[in-house]
Design a binder for this molecule. Structure first.
Ligand SMILES: Cc1ncc(COP(=O)(O)O)c(C=O)c1O
Length: 389
């Protein structure tokens, strides 16, 4: 938990947050009137705990990196069409989605595993690679779902490597941090929470070299937001035989966070190993899998989402500049920027104004990570931010 923002728990213990009118508890909001100062188990902070602890009258939910523009019209239509047949197992839709993905990427079906979002695949990898002990090397900060599970369930030793001065994954330092007991390298590109990308040629040569010794897991949850994801993805290395595992999700650009569809691309032996720790296509509902097949690579829809995301992001950049703040240029649907007050206080003040965001602490600074929302949500953020900045 080196860089996680866990200050809220400390604050809750001291009762300080309750002074703000409500307390941040995962799953419920306690009004201060007659609210008991009960012990709170709340660690570490996650997108889920922040969303669940937001006030009910939230105006802008900018804390879970969702796509607020929603699934495509084709996906919604497919959901409606699939309902009538939903008493049947969705074998046909699973095959359709699998065919679309393997055809588009030039993969064999044995190299792909579907699942209900990418989280179950991250969890399966956490189990498979840490059940016998050893270490996992990752960037700090980065998305910590896989590493958190590995350390909590199997006491895996997580070696966290700070980012470069420009907040990118430090590939050279990660390579140096690998030890004889390292079981996995986990990277996220674009990285969450910094929304930075590493140089593609450098990443590819790193993965080719390192995966000859240790498997490399590359989480590409946000890659669809890039101009040319096909030139950045590591799927090519899987095709060339490298021991690389790529995780992809429909939760972000496709707007499927609540529908739950994702997939992993890896060597057939790795796919077989992961499938012993995670249910695959059978865990996806008939409606969701039909929707994914209907909207996969829907270029027009993808362009529209990217354009709306860019417009909201540029609005945010302008607000930050006008208020005298800097930010890390973003290659995804969220932006991180250094804040000038304690992260817990910042979150609390934003939440009081109906805006949910997340905070981090790293590089001796407090940071706000804000997911890109609809324009009305960005305006709600701007109004709240101007009051407290
Ligand atoms: C980097 C990264 N990977 C994976 C996930 C999990 O996504 P899914 O909805 O596919 O389980 C997230 C969610 O925010 C994420 O940020």
């Amino acid at each position: 938990m080196t860089s996680r923002n866990i200050n809220r728990r400390t604050l809750l213990k001291s009762g300080a947050l309750l002074a703000g009118g409500f307390s941040f508890l995962p799953g419920k909001i306690l009004a201060t009137t007659n609210a008991p100062l009960a012990p709170v188990i709340f660690s570490p902070e996650t997108d889920e705990s922040v969303v669940l602890s937001a006030p009910p009258d939230i105006k802008a939910r900018l804390s879970a990196n969702e796509n607020p523009f929603g699934p495509s019209a084709k996906a919604k239509q497919a959901i409606q069409d699939a309902i009538n047949d939903s008493f049947r197992y969705a074998f046909g839709s699973s095959r359709d989605l699998m065919t679309k993905i393997t055809t588009f990427e030039g993969l064999q079906p044995s190299q792909v595993m579907l699942a209900a979002g990418s989280s179950p695949l991250l969890a399966a990898a956490a189990t498979y690679y840490s059940k016998d002990g050893g270490s996992i090397v990752t960037a700090d900060p980065s998305y910590d779902d896989l590493t958190r599970r590995a350390s909590m369930s199997f006491k895996a030793n997580i070696i966290r490597v700070p980012l470069t001065a420009d907040y990118k994954t430090d590939l050279d330092a990660i390579e140096k941090a690998i030890t004889p007991d390292t079981k996995l390298v986990y990277l996220c590109n674009p990285n969450n929470p910094t929304a930075t990308v590493v140089d593609t040629a450098k990443l590819k040569s790193f993965c080719e070299r390192v995966s000859a010794k240790v498997p490399v897991f590359v989480d590409e949850a946000y890659i669809d937001y890039l101009d040319d994801p096909q030139s950045v993805t590591l799927i090519d290395l899987v095709k060339k035989g490298s021991n690389v595992i790529v995780a992809r999700t429909f939760s972000k650009l496709y707007g499927f966070a609540g529908l739950r569809v994702g997939y992993a691309v890896a060597q057939p032996a790795t796919i077989r190993a992961l499938s012993t720790y995670c249910e695959g296509a059978m865990s996806i509902s008939a409606t969701s899998i039909a929707a994914a097949a209907a909207s996969y690579q829907d270029k027009e829809y993808m362009q529209q989402v990217k354009a709306k995301t860019e417009a909201s992001k540029n609005f945010l950049y302008d607000v930050l500049k006008k208020e005298g703040y800097t930010y890390v240029p973003s290659y995804a649907n969220f932006v991180i920027f250094p804040i000038k007050i304690d992260g817990s206080k910042f979150s609390m003040e934003m939440a009081k104004r109906g805006v949910s965001i997340r905070t981090w602490k790293f590089d001796n600074k407090e940071w706000c990570r804000i997911s890109i929302g609809r324009m009305d949500e960005m305006e709600a953020f701007a109004a709240a931010f101007k009051e407290i900045s």
